[in-house]
Design a protein around this ligand. Sequence first.
Ligand SMILES: *[C@@H]1O[C@H](CO)[C@@H](O)[C@H](O)[C@H]1NC(C)=O
Ligand SMILES: *[C@@H]1O[C@H](CO)[C@@H](O)[C@H](O)[C@H]1NC(C)=O
Length: 610
Amino acid sequence: MGSRLDLFLLTIAILLGTVLSDLILSKVDRRVDLRSQIVRVTSTLKVENDGTNSVLEVLLAFPDNHVKHLAYLAVTPKEGKGKSKDSANSFPMELVHPKDMPPALTFYSVSLPKPLAKGDSLTFDVLAVFTHALRPFPEQITQADIQLLVFQESAHFLSPYAVKVQSLSIKLPDARIESYTKLENTKIHGSEIKYGPYESLPPFSYSPIVVHYESKQPFAVAQELVREIEISHWGNVQVTEHYNLNHGGAQIKGEFSRLDYQARPHVRSASAFRNLVARLPPRARSVYYRDEIGNISTSHLWGDSKKTELEIEPRYPMFGGWRTSFTIGYSLPLHDFLFQSEEKRFLNITFGCPINDVVIDTLIVKVVLPEGSSDISVSTPFPVKQLQETKISHLDVAGRPVVVLEKSNVVPEHNQYFQVYYKFNSLALLREPLMLISGFFFLFVACIVYMHADLSISKSSASYLAKLQWDEVQASVQQVQSIISRCLSIHDKLEASLRDLSRTGDVQSCKAARKAADASLKELIKELKPLLTFLQSSQQASQILPKVEDLVAKEKDMQDRLLAKHSTVVDCYEKKYGGKEIENRVAQQQQKINALRQEVDDLLDFVDEI
Ligand SMILES: *[C@@H]1O[C@H](CO)[C@@H](O)[C@H](O)[C@H]1NC(C)=O
Ligand SMILES: *[C@@H]1O[C@H](CO)[C@@H](O)[C@H](O)[C@H]1NC(C)=O
């Protein structure tokens, strides 16, 4: 807005002078906070009724090109000293189009809590929050550059009323100021620029100023955030948040060097952000953070009785223009958020995003109610677009009603409580378990039918006896198997004793090992006898018997050859034959043993199958 418009507004204002002359602003203090990507303007206005009639409404004016960035506007009574305001007692306000006003302006009419009589005055605060109001300049920087931002305002408070005394202060991040517009009464204190006081200015005064400064603040912008809040009457509220995030600051140009980044991340990549902190409600459980690749482990979670904090770190640092998508999920105790009022239940939970200082272009909040909920109504502290959908998940018959709330341009100030009221028949709660129970019931009946068939085999019947016998056959075959396996491990011990002998030449201990092996093998053969006798006498075993007998015979053959080999080797050692000689003597035996071992292993596998 140039000074030509200024002049134009002034002209119109003089023409309008009489229309709005009842009110004047006796004092205006504006404080602009530029310490984050979100611009917060707090104005303390003292309105005075200078006319004759009592006044009920005060007009606030904004240039149209600022209004498109206006995310939040609240007017609250001035109480105490700079206390944080509760939105509950804010003054009602509406968009109005008063006649005969200058063009390119938007007006809001604020209703005062009580009429302002002649000569009376009232002081209140106006908080206006703007997004995307800071313009990176230059628009493109390299990885090593620090981002510079441009902020434009008017040094004079734009108002349809005359202003007696006014001042403006602009709080900047603690960094270098590239330049700022110098007017009369401009002072700078550290990171704060002060304009004013200016006295006795006519309505619609406008004096553009520009501040150009450094900022390393994260510019996290979620083009879209979908929060799904699912109520389960079985004890929890499941929240799933899908983020589509970018860095809305100066675009990075040129190649990104990870080497540079890792070497000196703070110096070389001042404009990037690495992490974000989500403030979740206390008692949040099963918290996760993932993207399309999978879980991201670089997150930290801590909490106390008041909050749970989740620090998340995307897979790469975020530079200007870069994007990332991820999902955060957590579960909350139902009794912290679901209440009963008369005959309705209601969910009372916060609307906005739990991540600090994120600007959300489009926020979609979906509240999934239990199946069978009816009479649904929503109460929000600010206007939102409302839709209703149905979500069908497993075990649902008709699907769950979903309340969809949509709002654009969302800032942390919107992190206020909203309520979803609904009626719910407790019997409907039993629907899912009833479905499960009836499912189990049918399964149970089916089992009984099956069991009954099996039970009809009486204990004396032939088939019952046959079953018993077959069980016995199986048990015996298993025992045979285990005996053969024990024999094989004794074979391995004998082989080991021969290897020890060739290494140490200690004939005595080799003989001792042989003695122990002989004794064990004898025991095992004794155990094997009755099992074989039983299998040979059993009709049921006729199929498997040949294989079992073959197994036992092959093992016996192998055992004999191994024992013979053992004797030969020990004998040769005692006669002090050379290694070559010994090898020659047992070579043939060894070949046979190897072949038999293969056959025994195969048979064991075969018998194992029955
Ligand atoms: C991701 O983390 C969540 C919560 O810790 C866990 O339930 C899930 O199994 C994990 N998924 C993978 C693929 O590791
Ligand atoms: C919702 O919860 C907040 C915080 O506990 C509380 O201040 C507010 O009164 C509740 N709103 C309703 C309608 O119960």
